[in-house]
Write a protein that binds this ligand. Structure first.
Ligand code: MSP
Length: 512
């Protein structure tokens, strides 16, 4: 089985984590945990992007050395991700000494092979995006995304990106799943219809000192994107001979799924891929661009655009599982999405409180009332029971397919539909009435809903890391392996089943 390696972008340390940056991090976590449930070996990389002008300026503004600023900000990210139950295996910082060595080794290699050359550059530079633009690319005197630019002329080093244009187009066309969603792939192919220039990969120290020194010219540091993108490979052992087995396993034989935001599509799909081609390294397995979490004004949530929402404040308001569920279920991965308290409550109340929570409360209360809190045995299936059983047993494969296609919202939708059916089944069978005339038949109904809860619960565990273990404890089972999800029944007859407080109390903040 191929191992699963997933990455998030590494975050600039000029800003604290907010719901927008947490989104990608939570989605990568959900995907990793699903692949773990499928029985795969997994690796999850995230971290911080600590060089460049923005960071230098942020530290200057605070009047402290850049590394001290980075240490503090990286810690902010690390702590926030832990609070959101992010299970990253590596937290990578681009200021780590090994990274500087790897970046320099790559630069030297490319320079020695003539893939990097010096030239004098004249162009327009956007500080906030750290990108050069040509005159032609400007829109109303600003960068294409509307950021201010200033004219700059200087000697710099250039990577022969243009040389790889056709090879990249060929790769994208030969691998239809390489860039997703499809409309983003088309955007990249559209971009590649224009002649591709070479990439300026240096910055003179006179203008910017906070970066990795260019190994063949000590007056320059490395362009922050060239440094940052390499994190994905440094983290798994690139140019570290003692880690060659790691690198073969995670890079050469598997390859990363890069989950990124749509604003950094070009840097990943064009800069990074051509860098890899020039270095003779394998291209990533997949690049998937998510949309944005929007703020109240329907713009990208970010500090520079105004108000941001703290993911910790949202967790405190609703609960962590509720937040993770909302983000996974509400947003079709790839699309932009508004965020509001009312939207979270709508989702949580209808699908977690009323649907999943209701089925759990009813089932466990009735087992307590009529069977002394012990799981009753299954009897022969009638039509309704066997239909529900069939749907439930088909669910794991459906969920797996959706997750592998990067459609987690649809995976959850399948689960919700089965839970809705199970509630309907419970309603139709009315075991609270049936128990008075045919106790074993009522037991059968409850044993059936408990198995539905076990399987749906296990399939929701990658999303809801806190409450699903509680649900499983109440059913008398632990975490499931993938093969357990094909067993029916799995819960032992007579196992202790516990009723308890509602797992998902109804949320009412928006009506206060
Ligand atoms: N440092 C670069 C990435 C380098 S990767 C080698 C960077 N950092 S960032 O901190 O500005 O953004 C990191 C990611 O967060 C980007 O993918 C960006 O799209 C994402 N998001 C930032 N705000 C967001 C929203 N409001 N909504 C969704 N994602 C958002 O770019």
């Amino acid at each position: 089985m191929q191992p699963f390696y997933v990455t998030t972008p590494i975050f600039y340390v000029n800003d604290k984590p907010h719901l927008g940056t947490a989104y990608c991090t939570i989605m990568a976590d959900v995907l990793k945990r699903y692949h773990q449930l499928f029985g795969e070996e997994t690796l999850y990389l995230t971290g911080t992007d600590e060089h460049g002008q923005k960071v230098q300026q942020a530290a200057e503004k605070r009047g402290i050395p850049p590394l001290q600023h980075c240490d503090e900000m990286a810690e902010n990210f690390r702590v926030t991700w832990a609070e959101l139950d992010i299970s990253n295996d590596i937290f990578f910082r681009t200021t780590s000494p090994v990274h500087a060595e790897v970046v320099q080794a790559c630069l030297q290699k490319l320079f020695d092979r003539g893939e990097i050359y010096a030239d004098t550059y004249e162009g327009w530079y956007s500080v906030s995006e750290e990108i050069f633009f040509t005159e032609k690319e400007l829109v109303d005197g600003k960068s294409p995304s509307g950021k201010p630019v200033s004219k700059i002329q200087e000697k710099n080093y250039f990577f022969r990106m243009s040389k790889y244009q056709q090879a990249l187009i060929d790769h994208i066309q030969a691998h239809p799943q390489f860039i997703l969603p499809d409309f983003r792939k088309n955007e990249v192919l559209g971009f590649l219809r224009q002649p591709l220039g070479d990439l300026c990969i240096s910055r003179p120290k006179a203008r910017l000192s906070w970066g990795i020194e260019i190994p063949f010219d000590k007056d320059y540091v490395t362009y922050v994107w060239f440094d940052a993108l390499l994190n994905y490979a440094t983290a798994v052992g690139l140019e570290q001979p003692e880690r060659s087995a790691d690198f073969a396993k995670w890079w050469t034989n598997s390859g990363p799924l890069h989950l990124i935001g749509k604003d950094i599509l070009t840097t990943h799909c064009v800069y990074w891929t051509t860098m890899l081609l020039a270095l003779g390294l394998k291209l990533p397995r997949q690049i998937f661009a998510t949309g944005w979490i929007l703020n109240k004004d329907n713009a990208k949530m970010s500090k520079s655009e105004g108000e941001v929402v703290s993911p910790i404040a949202i967790r405190d308001l609703f609960g962590l599982d509720e937040l993770r569920y909302f983000l996974t279920r509400e947003i079709h991965l790839g699309n932009d999405a508004p965020f509001s308290v009312a939207l979270v409550e709508g989702r949580v109340n209808s699908e977690l409180a009323n649907n999943l929570g209701n089925l759990l409360s009813r089932s466990t209360n009735l087992v307590e009332k009529f069977f002394g809190g012990r799981k009753p045995p299954l009897m022969d299936d009638d039509d309704a029971s066997s239909a529900l059983k069939k749907k439930t047993l088909e669910l794991p494969a459906l969920v797996k397919k959706e997750i592998e296609s990067l459609r987690p919202s649809y995976a959850l939708e399948h689960i919700v539909l089965v839970l809705t059916e199970a509630n309907r089944y419970m309603e139709d069978k009315a075991p609270w009435k049936l128990a008075k005339t045919d106790l074993p038949a009522a037991g059968h109904v409850l044993a059936t809903t408990l198995e539905v809860l076990r399987i749906t619960g296990a399939l929701l565990a990658p999303v809801m890391t806190k409450k699903i273990p509680q649900l499983q404890a109440r059913l008398g089972v632990g975490a499931s392996s993938w093969s357990d999800l094909q067993k029916w029944p799995f819960i032992k007859d007579g196992a202790a089943v516990a009723k308890g407080e509602p797992l998902f109390p109804r949320l009412t903040h928006s009506v206060k």
